[in-house]
Design a protein around this ligand. Structure first.
Ligand code: NAD
Ligand code: KPL
Length: 335
């Protein structure tokens, strides 16, 4: 009714209104900085499709020419949301393309990030910004060292997505993404692209604390779900083991200048175990699917930092050894 009266007042027809919306979207596309998305996996697809849907210019960077050919044959990226699939014909390219990159969303796994970004470094513009979606810690510093001229923004996300097939991703869990730059507290203007795309987010001035807190949660839960072969809820039967790890993780967080990340850690771990009791942890899923885990950027990173601080954390070290042995027994890498 309101639209109808607006059309009468402005003298516009439905057709010309639609055409003018399309023109606004098109001119937004022409004016805005392109989002280059590296990695057509779960999170890369989740971000690329929502940004493209909102009219932001997006280009997808895939591994090589063969993948590019396969992508083009598929006709775009498909996002399945609330059971409904929609395909977005986002232009694709490889790292060898020549177009400069000013905004890069790094959406590969932590163990691929440094090398993938190094290949793109020659294409980065003088004010380039990188958004790093990797879980855990360690890869962000590795990436930043490859591109000292660029601004690197880290992200910590509770959104969930999984690949249903090539170029097809299911939006499985609504959540939130915190973004921040430990060296520079001012928020970038492109956060408005995220709002327009309906990507729930918040600028964080303590992103390192958030990343450490998430890392600690992952260290207390994920390896044990693999070793006990259980869902997150199964850890309720291993209460003492979880509690002992939380004590050591809190000690580590305090020692490396992250006391806020240590606050009520055990309580938070127990809350997450309860709230996600029916789920399998991401590490459990990686192992079950014979995929490489991000161990080096989670438990491995925690143990490495503890050693650097000459902090003795026997249970955490023992957990790492048990996990490495288990991964080797399955023929999976432990780095
Ligand atoms: P994924 O394996 O689904 O996707 C990664 C993609 O990157 C793959 O398609 C891979 O081929 C591609 N890739 C790797 N190297 C590349 C290169 N050099 N050039 C082009 N493409 C390359 O991984 P994901 O689940 O999207 O996870 C990405 C990161 O986000 C991880 O650190 C993960 O822990 C984190 N994360 C994921 C979720 C989730 O729900 N999937 C949630 C929160 C955090
Ligand atoms: O983030 C997680 C994961 O599985 O990676 C939770 C659910 C918090 C368990 O550590």
């Amino acid at each position: 009714m309101r639209l109808k009266s607006a059309l009468i007042i402005t003298g516009l027809s439905h057709h010309s209104l639609r055409a003018s919306h399309a023109r606004v979207k098109q001119s937004k596309k022409l004016m805005s900085t392109t989002w280059h998305v590296l990695g057509a996996g779960s999170l890369g697809t989740l971000w690329a499709t929502r940004l493209a849907r909102a009219g932001s210019p997006v280009r997808l960077i895939v591994r090589d020419a063969a993948r590019l050919q396969a992508y083009q044959a598929a006709g775009g990226l498909t996002l399945v949301e609330h059971g409904e699939a929609k395909t977005y014909d986002i232009p694709g390219e490889t790292a060898d393309s020549s177009e400069p990159i000013n905004r890069l969303l790094v959406a590969c796994k932590a163990y691929d990030a440094e090398q993938a970004v190094a290949r793109l470094a020659p294409r980065l513009g003088p004010n380039a910004e990188l958004i790093l979606l990797q879980n855990g810690l360690g890869s962000q510093d590795g990436v930043a060292a490859q591109v000292p001229q660029a601004r690197c923004i880290s992200a910590s996300s509770t959104e969930g997505a999984f690949r249903e097939g090539d170029w097809r991703v299911v939006f499985a869990g609504h959540g939130y993404t915190w973004l921040g730059d430990a060296g520079h507290p001012v928020a970038p203007i492109w956060l408005e692209d995220l709002s327009a795309a309906g990507i729930p987010h918040e600028w964080s001035t303590d992103i390192l604390t958030r990343l450490w807190r998430k890392l600690a949660l992952n260290c207390a839960i994920n390896p044990l779900t693999v070793l006990h072969d259980c869902r997150n809820g199964g850890l309720q039967e291993h209460h003492c083991e979880v509690a002992t790890l939380c004590v050591e993780l809190s000690e580590l967080l305090e020692r490396c200048g992250q006391p806020a990340a240590a606050e009520n850690l055990q309580q938070e771990v127990e809350r997450v175990i309860h709230a996600t009791s029916a789920n399998y942890s991401s590490m459990y899923q990686d192992v079950a699917n014979q995929r490489r885990t991000e161990i080096s950027y989670l438990l491995g990173h925690a143990c490495k930092v503890a050693a650097r601080h000459q902090l003795n954390l026997p249970h955490l070290n023992q957990l790492e050894q048990r996990l490495i042995t288990h991964l080797h027994s399955l023929g999976l890498p432990s780095d």
